[in-house]
Ligand binder design. Structure first.
Ligand code: WT7
Length: 685
């Protein structure tokens, strides 16, 4: 593969004039005008956007925004549109149906197998959501309850989450790739006594038995004296008698007969289709305060257990809707496809809430991008005439390995906007996306944001922003970025430092579930008065922002943050491990991978069997995607005199870089030589 030549990687890429002509924002000057208004007159800016949404009662005059971002001035809080009551589900469904869009397709559902597909309209979804909301109510679920969801990418997942939103229950979705330990940990933290799952799902050729994993999670909860009352199970893989008529309001099954290998617990487990059968398809939404919580979603923290990030009703909705419309330049005839799983924030905001708030038509894909072959994505793009594609750098790099042929096999002529998220996109992958996938015709939106921010915070606008490969360019409306140094002083002009945001935007998280102190200490303590992203960043001579990566003990595997602490604690649970230290390690397709150093207990032997056991341990404690790539035998770890592990040194050892920098604080430097000698065989090429 040709490497990104200097010229190509550093030049400016202007939006295609064809695209610019019809764009919502047509020039960088227009962007600046709108941006300035969003910062200087936020009330004018956001109130105008809010007009398209339905409020049961309007916001109180003079209560547009109240907040405190400074921990030294008292508790941190953010409140938008106080006094207003609304319902997010109503705004993403009923509002469209009442406007005559009931027959518009919300999702083209594309199954794992290319011949398995269906579609669902806004009208059908509304009925399904009302029915399931009634089911939840019948089972005692009420406003404020936390409902755990562990499902594949199927329309029932959207129905389940919107049914929660309709009655004011918080959904807590756990990505279907997490293990039973992770699922139970999240259910315990949120005290979710209701779980919604499915029998199972195929990803590529691999069967994931979601029901069995759910059962294990319920048992683990029980061991902690927490009872899961109800488990709703969608029959997705189906049984011989179920048949598909292409209508997702009925149980679907086209696949070979698959029956649950786990027990069905009478009284606790209920089939989705059984309870849906008699339920009414009318359900009055529960009117909620603008600041009531909408959902929680766990994300890794650099210390301790995952944090339940809490998002609000109105602020989140406004921000999801607005970022979706502008960052992707969405128009009503677009066909939009986001490849992310709903189990991550990208799926919450940009598969469900953002597109649906705009009445968009999307593709929902349950399968794997390389199954049945490497051209699957482009086959889907051509099948549905996808015009906006949103994916992750890790997928682009994976596809690059197969060269241009699988891409060129399909026309992709419908594509107009290409977007990415998850990690900094390397210029090489950016150029492949732009030149090969987009035929040098499409705009690229490199969207920088976080689970915590609810929606895009730095991003180009497709019709307005000249692009630089690898830069997330400029702030979205309402975002006031600053680059600060160690001392929290704002840097001017060309600089490098910590990326922070100076004022709240509607989509910012409101708290960590059950632990407001952790919210303050993680995001607001180090730089009082600012929201801290935790990312390093550069600003260049044209004012473009370039994210340089995490500044804490987090690493980014395939676009998802994991903490070194989480991996370490699961390794240490193995009986032969005395101590473990995990660091990030560059990986050709995943971006970063986990490299783990382990110190064994006396007398234990380091061998292939142990390596396998350790990888398996992390898979089962956290999930398959978290398994360390490399396990390194470490008779000793480099530590400071006060006993703190020097991860900076371990990162150097992982990449075989002998230039360790200042090691004067290291207690015993001989351990480093041993670690270099001990580098795993497979890395010694
Ligand atoms: C972290 C947030 C937001 C959805 C996906 C990840 C990194 C994300 C970019 C980008 C550079 C990026 C940051 C951020 N990140 N997008 N376009 N350029 N870095 O959500 O798991 O909350 O991770 O992902 O490090 O802090 P998340």
């Amino acid at each position: 593969m040709a490497s990104a030549s200097g010229d190509q990687a550093t030049r400016l890429y202007h939006p295609n004039p064809e695209l610019q002509k019809n764009a919502h924002v047509k020039s960088i000057e227009d962007y600046k005008k709108l941006y300035d208004q969003s910062i200087n007159e936020p009330e004018v800016f956001w109130s105008k956007i809010a007009e398209q949404f339905y409020f049961k009662t309007p916001p109180t005059e003079g209560k547009f925004l109240e907040y405190n971002f400074n921990v030294n001035d008292g508790p941190v809080f953010v409140k938008w549109f106080q006094g207003a009551t609304t319902n997010v589900c109503y705004n993403v469904l009923d509002r469209h149906v009442e406007n005559g869009l009931g027959d518009r397709i919300a999702f083209y559902w594309e199954g794992n197998d290319p011949d398995d597909s269906s579609k669902v309209t806004y009208g059908q979804l509304l009925k399904g959501v009302c029915k399931f909301a009634n089911v939840l109510k019948q089972h005692g679920v009420k406003k404020g309850d936390r409902v755990a969801i562990y499902m594949p990418m199927i329309p029932e997942l959207v129905i389940a989450m919107l049914a929660c939103a309709r009655i004011g229950a918080m959904h807590s979705i756990v990505f279907g790739g997490f293990s039973s330990d992770s699922l139970s940990g999240r259910m315990l933290d949120a005290k979710s006594s209701i779980l919604i799952t499915a029998d199972g799902v195929y990803r590529g050729t691999k069967l994931v038995n979601l029901k069995q994993i759910s059962d294990e999670a319920v048992t683990l909860c029980k061991k902690q004296d927490f009872t899961v009352e109800k488990v709703f199970v969608v029959r997705h893989l189906g049984s011989a008698e179920a048949s598909s008529n292409g209508d997702r309001s009925s149980p679907v099954a086209k696949r070979p007969c698959y029956s649950l290998t786990t027990d069905f617990h009478e009284g606790r487990d209920v089939w989705w289709h059984d309870v849906m059968e008699g339920a009414s398809d009318k359900c009055e939404p529960v009117w909620l305060d603008a600041e009531d919580p909408l959902f929680m979603l766990y994300t890794s923290g650099s210390t301790g257990t995952p944090k339940g990030v809490v998002h609000s009703q109105m602020g989140y909705l406004l921000y999801a809707a607005t970022t979706f419309k502008y960052s992707f330049d969405h128009h009503k005839d677009d066909i939009y496809w986001c490849t992310a799983d709903i189990g991550w924030i990208t799926g919450h905001t940009y598969v469900c809430y953002g597109p649906m708030a705009n009445g968009a038509t999307s593709v929902m894909f349950e399968g794997a991008p390389l199954y049945p072959d490497e051209s699957r994505c482009w086959q889907i793009v051509d099948k549905y005439n996808v015009s906006i594609l949103y994916t992750a750098p890790t997928l682009i790099r994976t596809l690059m390995k197969y060269g241009e042929a699988p891409v060129k096999k399909y026309s992709r002529k419908s594509l107009r906007v290409l977007a990415t998220v998850g990690e900094p996109i390397n210029p090489e992958a950016w150029l492949f996306y732009y030149n090969v996938i987009g035929d040098a015709r499409c705009s690229i939106s490199d969207t920088f944001w976080q689970t915590e921010t609810g929606g895009h915070t730095l991003t180009p606008l497709p019709g307005a922003t000249p692009m630089k490969p690898g830069s997330a360019t400029f702030p979205f409306f309402g975002i006031a970025p600053a680059v600060v140094n160690e001392k929290g002083e704002e840097l001017e002009g060309v600089c490098e430092g910590y990326l922070v945001f100076k004022q709240p935007w509607p989509g910012v998280m409101r708290t960590v579930y059950g632990d407001h102190e952790r919210y303050e200490s993680t995001y607001f303590r180090q730089f009082p008065g600012y929201y801290k992203t935790g990312d390093g960043c550069k600003r260049d001579e044209d004012g473009y922002y370039w994210i340089t990566g995490r500044i804490d003990d987090m690493f980014n595997v395939s676009g998802h943050l994991l903490s070194t602490a989480e991996i370490e604690s699961s390794l240490i649970e193995h009986s032969k491990i005395a101590e473990a230290a995990a660091v990030a390690y560059p990986h050709p397709t995943k971006g970063e991978a986990c490299y783990a150093f382990v110190t064994l207990i006396e007398g234990a032997e380091f061998n292939d069997k142990l390596i396998l056991e350790l990888k398996k341990q992390v898979r089962s404690k956290i999930g398959p995607f978290a398994a360390p790539e490399v396990i390194h035998n470490a008779p000793g770890l480099p530590k400071t005199r006060s006993g703190k592990i020097m991860r900076r040194v371990l990162r150097k050892i992982a990449v075989n870089d002998h230039d360790l920098g200042d090691v004067s604080t290291m207690a015993d430097s001989t351990v480093v030589d041993i670690l270099f000698e001990n580098r795993p065989k497979e890395l010694r090429a």
